[in-house]
Design a protein around this ligand. Sequence first.
Ligand code: KIV
Length: 279
Amino acid sequence: MSKKVTTLTVKEMKRKGEKIAMATAYDYASARVVDEAGMDMILVGDSLGMVVLGYENTLSVTLDDMIHHGKAVVRGAKRAMVVIDMPFMTYQVTREEAVRNAGRVVQETGAPAVKLEGGEEMAKTVKHIVRAGIPVCAHIGLTPQSVAQMGGFLVQGKNEKVARQLIKDAEALEDAGAYCIVLEAIPWQLGQIISERLSIPTIGIGAGVHCDGQVLVYHDLLGLQTEIRPKFVKQFGAFFNPMVESIRQYISEVREGTFPGPEHTFTMDDEIAQKIREK
Ligand code: KIV
């Protein structure tokens, strides 16, 4: 197994022009798959709320949810660096609370880093968490925890004013000490400009090919869910229907009495079985 990925590894990858691959995972099993494939970073995203827990958005996810799932992912990730999302309302109220909650996440899960959403206005919070010794991945552009304020899951930074603000946000977060930054749903040109201006890696999701790395949600990239498909998602597999088919086959064999077969069945000595039958 090659060496564990750290903040230094991903910064060095950007310096060398090597692309960084990141995907989400939410439990031991998905972390094993993603890590085995050679992923550089695993995000325990608060998309957990939508793709695993069945909520409409990410706002209902709690710190305890993230810690519970984060622990399982850390157990499954041998090489990849695990980053855990700080959920809604665990870092926005006070900086002290943000540091305490980020501390809980890394202390209780064993993951080295956290991610939080927000631009310039979050820079001081990022600085405080980083000063406590916790690496922070920032996240700007479409920030799903602000979905109500944005009026939906919409592309950000198409107009000049917002685009300029996103560049300021990215620079402020880099100055605050973030070690990388997720750019979500912004025009590719803006993704390129921000990636060129920053010395920390940018990780795009719907931010074009010029970002230093890419991140996708596990269920999206494997085609494990068929309900929502944003434009930026490429399905590298289509496993939902084959999984339904396999389960259907199981149900029908149970109903027909053809499963379990002899090869799935334990046997005892006939004589003993006969004795027991006779009481
Ligand atoms: O929660 C999540 O999965 C994310 C990614 C979409 C970047 O924040």
